[in-house]
Design a protein around this ligand. Structure first.
Ligand SMILES: Nc1ncnc2c1ncn2[C@@H]1O[C@H](COP(=O)(O)OP(=O)(O)OP(=O)(O)O)[C@@H](O)[C@H]1O
Ligand SMILES: Cc1ncc(C[n+]2csc(CCOP(=O)(O)O)c2C)c(N)n1
Ligand SMILES: [Mg+2]
Length: 344
């Protein structure tokens, strides 16, 4: 191990307490061969991991602080989808030695964003790995949930209503504005005045997604199944359908749309971004009908919103897709793709 590698780890270690009250459940954090953590008695441990690669998950010129925020946000979003409370995380960094931004400067900027979100959720950074290589970031998050209370993908039941938190399509519209393939096939307006503010808001949602952690917690006793929307609504709801052995029917005109997206794009282009663009980090969940008021009240207590967008139906063996989309005029919507695919 080179001195430079130790320097980088020392930089990270010096930052871990910033803005974060010490967690007593971290028995031993950064500095030994492994961390020692004390889970609360009677809780289940929930673990998720996600990687961000340069040019795949973020643009070549992305700000290090935005990469740091997003690396943690997408992982917290997975815990949110399970209804879990996050507690700890690890961070593995692969950094090029010859990049425009030297590794130490990258780490400092990265931690600005990463620690800002970690402090917000009281997540302690307890370990990781630092190596030389193509720019890549892998985060693992750990949290807790009461036994039997997790929101799983396999819990959807025929007759459930399908809901989604927040709004969909903003991040995908920003990718379209940035000319990222295949998003640029969609027409997104970039012009003056209000539209400038709108596109800034779209980029904010792409670069700094808000993981719906409190919403996920609030839904534990109300929802039957849940997933976070990372690849695209159709793809991710498709995972719920596959795991639960059901189909879903979605109303494309019921999809929640932000003012920023409404200002940037309309019609079929907007629907495509909302249904299959991905990078939303909203929660899609199913719940028995009759719980609408309870869901809306529970979410409003944590400053969140959700919209009912469809229903769970019995599996149709002959249907082409488990998730069917229709519009208010009754026509059926056939998407060009369901969501983001790494090897597609
Ligand atoms: N290389 C791997 N080794 C072991 N398990 C894996 C691997 N890749 C994915 N998985 C597991 O497969 C399941 C689905 O993973 P996937 O990455 O598709 O979901 P996700 O993390 O919720 O979505 P996204 O990565 O789009 O946010 C998870 O249980 C995950 O732990
Ligand atoms: C430069 C750039 N190009 C494309 C995208 C879009 N994107 C990449 S991965 C992914 C799905 C989630 O990833 P994973 O399944 O690995 O968790 C999406 C929607 C982006 N954000 N930046
Ligand atoms: Mg994943």
């Amino acid at each position: 191990m080179s001195a430079a590698e130790f320097d980088l780890i020392a930089r990270i270690r010096a930052r871990i307490g910033a803005g974060l009250a010490a967690r007593e459940d971290v028995v031993l954090g950064i500095g030994d061969d492994a961390a020692l953590l004390q889970p609360p008695a009677g809780q289940q441990l929930v673990v998720a991991t996600d990687t961000l690669n340069r040019g795949v998950h973020f643009a070549d010129d992305a700000a290090p602080a935005d990469i740091g925020w997003k690396a943690l946000a997408v992982n917290l979003s997975d815990l949110a989808a399970m209804g879990a409370s996050p507690a700890w995380c690890t961070l593995s960094l692969s950094l090029p030695a010859d990049a425009d931004t030297p590794p130490a400067a990258f780490v400092d900027g990265f931690l600005d964003g990463f620690m800002q979100l970690a402090a917000r959720h009281r997540v302690a950074l307890v370990g990781g790995d630092t190596t030389r290589g193509p720019l890549s970031v892998c985060v693992t998050v750990l949290g807790f949930v009461e036994p039997g209370a997790a929101l799983r993908r396999d819990g959807a039941q025929v007759g459930d209503e399908v809901w989604v938190t927040g709004t969909l399509g903003d991040a995908a519209a920003a990718l379209a504005l940035a000319g990222v393939v295949p998003y640029r096939e969609h027409e997104v307006r970039r012009n003056d005045g209000d539209a400038d503010t709108a596109s800034a808001r779209l980029f904010e949602r792409l670069q700094r997604p808000t993981p719906r952690v409190s919403a996920g917690r609030a839904l534990r006793s109300l929802a039957h199944a849940g997933i976070d929307v990372s690849d695209g609504l159709l793809a991710d709801l498709g995972h719920v359908c596959a795991a639960s052995g059901v189909d879903a029917c979605i109303d494309a005109d019921a999809l929640p749309v932000s003012r920023a997206l409404a200002a940037a794009c309309i019609g079929d282009a907007r629907r495509t971004l909302q249904l299959s663009g991905g990078d939303d980090y909203e929660l899609c969940f199913t719940a028995p009908s009759g719980r609408r008021t309870a869901i809306e009240q529970a979410l409003s207590r944590v400053d969140s919103t959700a919209r009912m967008i469809g229903r769970i139906e019995a599996r149709q063996a002959d249907a082409e897709c488990a998730v069917r989309v229709h519009t208010s005029d009754g026509s059926v919507w056939t998407p060009a793709r369901k969501g983001y695919q790494h090897f597609g």
